[in-house]
Design a protein around this ligand. Structure first.
Ligand SMILES: CC(C)(COP(=O)(O)OP(=O)(O)OC[C@H]1O[C@@H](n2cnc3c(N)ncnc32)[C@H](O)[C@@H]1OP(=O)(O)O)[C@@H](O)C(=O)NCCC(=O)NCCS
Length: 204
């Protein structure tokens, strides 16, 4: 049986979210390798060099794990494309159903296309999809206090700041504090969804 809401393709203007394909290996490696300085300080400490872990040959293992997690319903791992090019990733992971029906969103985008609203658009698409088709009720995002660009993403979308988690995740070589943000289905129900809200915010 397929997991609720997976696989899926989501679109808004030039932003498309889709499952990864085997043929993404070369572009994925090029983008990840070009963005080591931009991404490493916000990601889990890798058990090897950045270059090795983001080689085209490593993508096979990444893809296998993402597909397994998607099929089992533990995650919705989307490749983020902009004007047809692979430029980032947005995943809902750690999905727990039953009485919780919640998951954690994580994301990154190529520095060369940062600042164009790609990730707010992608996150709004995924939140609406998770609530409408994925059977989820709540999406959380946990962000290091010093990561102002990422905090701007959730603040522009109107996520609620709910918690301060000391030494929460092992990121870039140490246990780092995180601010917990969340949004629930009720928060956007009266507005026609989070993408509709984002369009209103972005057009102001
Ligand atoms: C956080 C991130 C995903 C935001 O994605 P994005 O598509 O650029 O989002 P936005 O276009 O809404 O920009 C968000 C903020 O980034 C900053 N920004 C804008 N242009 C920028 C640029 N060229 N370079 C760096 N930061 C920029 C601004 O503060 C902007 O907020 P504003 O709209 O109030 O001006 C992206 O900065 C990124 O990939 N960072 C590295 C990985 C990361 O931090 N992941 C999240 C971990 S919680």
């Amino acid at each position: 049986m397929l997991a609720p809401g997976w696989p899926a393709v989501l679109m808004d203007g030039p932003v498309t979210l889709r499952p990864y394909h085997r043929s993404d290996a070369r572009v994925w490696a090029d983008v990840r390798r070009a963005n080591e300085q931009w991404l490493a300080r916000w990601e889990p400490t890798p058990p090897g060099t950045w270059h090795e872990l983001n080689a085209p040959s490593a993508f096979r293992y990444v893809l296998r794990e993402l597909r397994r997690a998607g099929r089992s319903g533990e995650a919705m791992p989307f490749a983020v494309c902009y004007a047809g090019d692979l430029v980032g990733q947005l995943s809902v992971g750690n999905i727990v159903r039953r009485a919780f029906c919640s998951g954690y969103a994580g994301y990154w985008v190529d520095q060369r296309v940062a600042g164009r609203g790609i990730i707010p658009t992608a996150l709004a698409l995924v939140v609406d999809h998770a609530f409408r088709s994925g059977g989820l009720h709540r999406i959380e995002v946990n962000i290091r206090p010093e990561n102002m660009p990422s905090r701007r993403v959730v603040e522009k979308l109107g996520f609620r700041e709910e918690a301060y988690h000391p030494r929460y995740l092992h990121i870039d070589g140490g246990w780092r504090d995180h601010i917990g943000y969340a949004i629930t289905a009720e928060d956007v129900a009266d507005e026609g969804g989070l993408l509709a809200r984002w369009h209103r915010v972005a057009s102001r």
